[in-house]
Design a protein. Structure first.
Length: 134
């Protein structure tokens, strides 16, 4: 069975004023309603670069639907990209694992995917070469 969640996490890397944030949240509610999701409640937490939002909906969401909803709600595009990459790797590697780690690039950045822990970590090129030379 695939993991399901009813928590939609949104990373907003900007610090708008209270009025703008209220309007932003209200437009997110409209998007959720349009997507036939029932918002139970949400939480807002200030972060270093902006705000983190947790929208709790009545429905359990598949990973695919969660990715789509987070994108539509305006989540940080790099987080959405990582979720899609993780999904692609999981579909190929979860059931028939040959390697414990997989490296890939996005632009000029290098990332490591740990298959067992299902985590993606940004690594530097120097760190990769030192690790491979051991």
């Amino acid at each position: 069975a695939k993991a399901m969640t009813n928590c939609i996490k949104i990373d907003l890397d900007i610090k708008p004023n209270k009025e703008w944030r209220r309007l932003w949240v209200n437009t997110r509610k409209l998007i959720l309603k349009h997507m036939k999701l029932h918002l139970l409640y949400y939480r807002e937490y200030e972060s270093r670069k902006g705000y983190h939002y947790y929208f709790i909906v009545k429905e359990n969401l598949s990973y695919d639907r969660l990715c789509k909803i987070q994108f539509l709600l305006g989540d940080d595009i790099n987080r959405v990209r990582f979720m899609l990459i993780r999904k692609a790797f999981m579909s190929r590697l979860e059931y028939n694992v040959l390697f414990s780690e997989k490296y890939f690039r996005i632009g000029r950045s290098l990332y490591k995917f740990n298959v067992a822990e299902k985590k993606i970590e940004k690594v530097g090129w120097g760190k990769l070469w030192k690790q491979k030379l051991k």
